[in-house]
Design a protein around this ligand. Sequence first.
Ligand SMILES: Nc1ncnc2c1ncn2[C@@H]1O[C@H](COP(=O)(O)OP(=O)(O)OP(=O)(O)O)[C@@H](O)[C@H]1O
Ligand SMILES: C[C@@](O)(CCOP(=O)(O)O)CC(=O)O
Length: 185
Amino acid sequence: MPQIILLFSGKRKSGKDFLTTHLQKLLGDKCEVLKISQPIKSHWAKEKNLNLNELLGDGEYKEQYRLDMINWSDEMRLQDYGYFCRIACQDATEKPIWIVSDIRRKTDIRWFKEKYGDQIRTIRIVADEDTRKKRGFQFKSGVDDVASECNLDDYTDWDLVIDNSEGKQEVEEQLSSILGLLSGL
Ligand SMILES: Nc1ncnc2c1ncn2[C@@H]1O[C@H](COP(=O)(O)OP(=O)(O)OP(=O)(O)O)[C@@H](O)[C@H]1O
Ligand SMILES: C[C@@](O)(CCOP(=O)(O)O)CC(=O)O
């Protein structure tokens, strides 16, 4: 069992992967990064013969398949809302800190709360739209106006909100506020 699970959420190109990668480098052996989208992308890569590394990256490639992956994964979630959370945690090793880099739905938080209770901390990464556009965001109907991107818009119970807009917080400051959530470890 991990001692702390950090659940990161944020809209497309807000910087989830960027920040969680920095955090992983800082925490080293003490942590492990888990991605709820990993089993979705693995399934998709296998089924459609796609490049898994590209699907896991931050380039344009994965955007071509995002809509289909959202629709397929939502069908699976209708039957079992914890399906992908469970698979993502199955392969995790015995590290004291888990970093889940892509919480997108209230049911994701619910699943982790039900399973791990007080060990979870929730972090919302925000960035203004101009910044997100500079980092590759382009609005797409069916993607940016559905649960995948919007379900946590009205969630207010975050343990920490990080502004990752250009010119706002430096990475060091962002990381130190995250480390504050680990006090007592
Ligand atoms: N603070 C920052 N300074 C400079 N570049 C950044 C910063 N945050 C993010 N980026 C860059 O912006 C791009 C998008 O960031 P990232 O892939 O982390 O977003 P994301 O929230 O994981 O997006 P998606 O949901 O599409 O996977 C990346 O190329 C990343 O390197
Ligand atoms: C299909 C999906 O998992 C893609 C996520 O890709 P990424 O975390 O933005 O790299 C989004 C979703 O589950 O709604």
